[in-house]
Design a protein around this ligand. Sequence first.
Ligand SMILES: NC(=O)c1ccc[n+]([C@@H]2O[C@H](COP(=O)([O-])OP(=O)(O)OC[C@H]3O[C@@H](n4cnc5c(N)ncnc54)[C@H](OP(=O)(O)O)[C@@H]3O)[C@@H](O)[C@H]2O)c1
Length: 320
Amino acid sequence: LWVANVLKEERMKKEMLVIGYGNQGSVWAKNLRDSGWQVKVSGRSSADGGKGIQQAARDGFKTVEPTELYLCEDQNIAILLPDEQTEDFAEKYLNTQKRKKKNTFYFAHAFAITFKKFSYLAEDDIVLVAPKGWGAKLRENFKKGGGLFGVLAVEEDKSQKAWSKAMAVAEGLGLCRVGTVNATFDQETHADLLSEQAVLCGPVPFLVDKCFRFLLSKGIPAEMALQECVRELQIVVDLINERGLEQTLKGASLAARYGGLKAATFLINEKELNNNLEQLWQNITDGSFAKDLDQEKEKGYPELTQWFERYQEHPVDQQL
Ligand SMILES: NC(=O)c1ccc[n+]([C@@H]2O[C@H](COP(=O)([O-])OP(=O)(O)OC[C@H]3O[C@@H](n4cnc5c(N)ncnc54)[C@H](OP(=O)(O)O)[C@@H]3O)[C@@H](O)[C@H]2O)c1
């Protein structure tokens, strides 16, 4: 009701130009359209090999060539490009030297603003609506009447309506059905990068890979190893989510609890972990990680390619 009042009060245009039609862009476009917004899509032009813009046209969206972006005025524009590509794209197509007209820019992750990869006009509003999870999950939940939790922030509020705009977009995406929290751009960038690096995209896949392959090497059938390392992980995560850590561990058998807590004392060196977390946090907050990512990009991602090798055509994937 509050959002409905805000929309009415502000008479906000429910129109969005989505730039980038990938994991997030395609979902923003579809969820907003289903919520009654008028959506157009732009991105890498077909001439430059862009596939997203062609897919968007097939999905029934009006598309806008990137060369026309200078002409936009007073539009809601969602920048949903890969973070490491945003600067080049913005420099080429949204350059503030040529773009004289004010707009409201929305981001799904605060990275580009925190690390100054996106320059904007003094008159622009800069808004964060960050769904906490994969685009595909947001779409799947949205279609069932749900959504995902969202982090909202405002970096520039020249119109004095930026928070209302953030809420309206969060509502259209389905985030308000789950919940939102207000934060700053820097907080979202730092927390998001830390959780990706320290939990979600580093240690968790690594441990699954290691334990799964280890069980196979000991003659355990693959279907069984899948249950132990993947399906049960899902159950544990769901339980932590629903009941918390204490009740999840209490719900395990005493042998499981004793064995697991004992193994953690020697599998993980807590002192080293604390130091490494501090190091990760420092690299993220002082901009070293963003510089490192730029250098890796310039070299053509040699390290990423090497580290990713162990996950390609993974035996876990063949069991699903
Ligand atoms: N992955 C997620 O679900 C997720 C979750 C939360 C927040 N986010 C945030 O959402 C934003 C978008 O991430 P994403 O995962 O959706 O990106 P993505 O799927 O990797 O790519 C999005 C679009 O960017 C285009 N693109 C790729 N390289 C480009 C380039 N060099 N120049 C111009 N366009 C290029 C692609 O166009 P083509 O199709 O033409 O190649 C694609 O349509 C990021 O800020 C990210 O941090 C993502």
